[in-house]
Design a protein around this ligand. Structure first.
Ligand code: GLY
Length: 579
């Protein structure tokens, strides 16, 4: 675990410990149910925006886009205009498609831009400087998705976000505390101080939070579409911000940004179809690869939380993350062996050295041979009554990105350049290492772990899920999927149950406190698993934040991850709250 990731976890643990509640399996909060569709996201206000769009006749795509714009206002640590994201879409006719609006390296970026003259990484340059910022993609992506698949117009879909920014909303404890504990980092940027303090004093719960500059930026986008962000006043303000701090993004970079339509990664697992995000995310490939390795084993009989099933999952994670470091990057720039990595044959070979009694040693697990040829992000899930479904994950990278608001434009910039491999085999903020496949190149997209995922049964969406959490995104998504498919859990148990994570390097297992019972832990240690690090899972802490939606016989179930302050809501409830 990198220092910043560890600090972040420890910080949440210390600051919110008074709000502890247990997440032991079997005592999960209830999922909501509605027969008209469902939205689940990290922000109750953004969820309500999406649910109201469904109530007003919008489809899941309209609702996801409206929720996305609202998250940029109501959940600024990860919701964004200045970052990027991925959307995996299932249409009622069975089509699946993914929109990639990941940030790109500016045209003036170069492979060694974060190294000093001795070739060493310069601390903080890829996370806390103007050079850390990738060319933002969120606005292009959300508007492209809306134009192609939405039912409502831009004016309707963006208006709730504009209202929330212009009229403000009352800060809850969650957001007020987030702003307060970042006063020091915001202090370096006057425009960030202007937004995230109340005239220099920390905001308090119950105060009104108005974002006038952000409202005006959103209005320009609402009026001019993508040109309202990538051209004109917003672009001028962003480029001026870059020039003030020695950043690289130019008008040409902004004009040249386009979201990309991609074929989702598709795999199968015990009679279900897994539809997830392709490169530049590693999420979909690793998810399918791990499920392929696990499928031959009877996980259900082993039981949730058994040492045997945890051992299997850790060993699958170890091998998949080793492959990530070697083979994964932006497939537009590097020949990622996608077909091979997600094939069942490759999984069989890759897992052939699995020992049911002994942990492998990460140093011995190199990348598999291919036959020739933060922690801060946020996830929203949506289904509508017509059979459309959207899995949407978006990010500024670390919490509040570069902590830098564009002066006059009111939105935060990402620090996504840290997701590149700035130096071979040197860990990024999530402890992930990478090599040539993910080296910096102008215009390239940095490798992501975001794993927006739709699980289909008989061609219909069963589960929409995904998570924030940097490197832990993929294993969180894996566990939610396995909880539903292998263990037959209800959505609320699947999302609430304790989680663990292994990522090959460093060779250690992070686990939520109740994930391993003492005898399970002893068994894992006796097999050779090292460094089992417990992370208390309580409100504001733990691993992941998997706001998910599932279709069951009785309707659409929504479950906001109880580790955080999100909410699920269907159009039925939204209609009632609007009356
Ligand atoms: N910035 C985190 C990710 O994309 O994986």
């Amino acid at each position: 675990m990198s220092t910043s990731f560890a600090n972040r976890l420890n910080g949440s643990i210390l600051l919110i410990s008074s709000m502890f509640f247990g997440l032991a399996h079997g005592v999960a909060p209830k999922a909501l149910i509605d027969d008209g569709g469902m939205v689940a996201s990290r922000s109750a206000l953004a969820t309500e925006v999406g649910a109201q769009i469904l109530a007003d006749g919008g489809n899941a795509i309209d609702a996801a886009v409206a929720t996305g714009f609202a998250l940029a206002v109501t959940y600024p640590s990860a919701g964004n205009l200045g970052g990027g994201g991925f959307m995996v879409i299932h249409l009622a006719d069975g089509t699946v498609i993914a929109n990639d609006h990941r940030e790109r390296a500016p045209g003036a970026a170069s492979k060694d831009m974060f190294l000093d003259e001795e070739g060493q990484l310069v601390k903080g340059l890829s996370t806390a400087s103007h050079l850390a910022v990738g060319v933002p993609g969120t606005v292009a992506g959300l508007l492209d998705v809306l134009a192609r698949y939405g039912r409502l117009d831009r004016k309707r879909v963006m208006q709730p976000a504009i209202d929330l920014a212009a009229k403000g909303f009352v800060l809850d404890r969650d957001l007020a505390a987030q702003f307060a504990r970042r006063q020091d980092v915001f202090a370096k940027h006057p425009a960030s101080v202007a937004v995230f303090t109340n005239e220099g004093a920390p905001y308090r719960m119950g105060e009104l939070f108005v974002q006038t500059d952000l409202a005006n930026t959103l209005r320009r986008i609402q009026k001019h579409g993508k040109a309202g962000f990538y051209e004109g006043e917003t672009a001028d303000l962003l480029v001026a911000e870059m020039q003030r701090g020695g950043g690289l993004i130019s008008h040409q970079d902004l004009l040249g940004y386009q979201s990309s339509w991609r074929e989702p990664i598709r795999g199968t697992y015990r009679g279900h179809e897994i539809v997830s995000m392709p490169p530049p995310s590693s999420g979909g490939i690793l998810l399918v690869q791990m499920l392929n390795m696990l499928e031959p084993y009877d996980i259900a009989s082993m039981g949730y939380g058994s040492a045997q099933s945890i051992h299997l999952m850790i060993e699958a994670e170890r091998r998949a993350y080793a492959d990530r470091a070697e083979h994964l990057g932006d497939a537009d720039f590097y020949p990622v062996p996608i077909k091979e990595l997600i094939s069942k044959e490759y999984a069989t070979k890759r897992f052939a050295n699995f020992d049911a009694k002994r942990a492998s040693i990460s140093a011995d697990i190199g990348a598999g041979e291919i036959p020739a040829e933060s922690l801060e992000t946020t996830h929203a899930s949506v289904m509508d009554k017509d059979g459309n479904a959207v899995a949407y994950t978006t990010t500024l990278n670390l919490s509040y990105g570069a902590k830098m608001v564009v002066a006059g434009a009111g939105f935060l910039l990402n620090n996504e350049m840290d997701d590149f491999s700035a130096k071979e085999n040197s860990p990024n903020a999530f402890g992930l290492i990478g090599r040539k496949a993910n080296a910096i190149e102008p215009g390239k997209r940095m490798l992501s772990s975001m794993t927006p995922t739709i699980v289909r049964k008989d061609g219909k969406p069963l589960l929409v899920t995904g998570s924030p959490g940097g490197s832990t995104i993929i294993t969180t998504t894996l566990q939610v999927v396995m909880n539903v498919i292998d263990h037959g859990m209800s959505l609320s148990d699947a999302v609430s149950s304790p989680r663990f994570h292994h990522q090959w390097q460093p060779d250690r297992v992070m686990h939520e406190t109740y994930a391993f019972s003492p005898d399970t832990q002893a068994l894992l240690e006796s097999m050779g698993h090292k460094q089992l690090i417990a992370i208390p899972a309580f409100y504001g802490g733990g691993i992941g934040d998997a706001n998910s939606v599932m279709h069951i016989d009785q309707g659409f179930q929504g479950m906001a991850d109880p580790r955080n302050a999100g909410a699920a809501m269907g159009p039925g409830r939204a209609q009632r709250s609007a009356q």
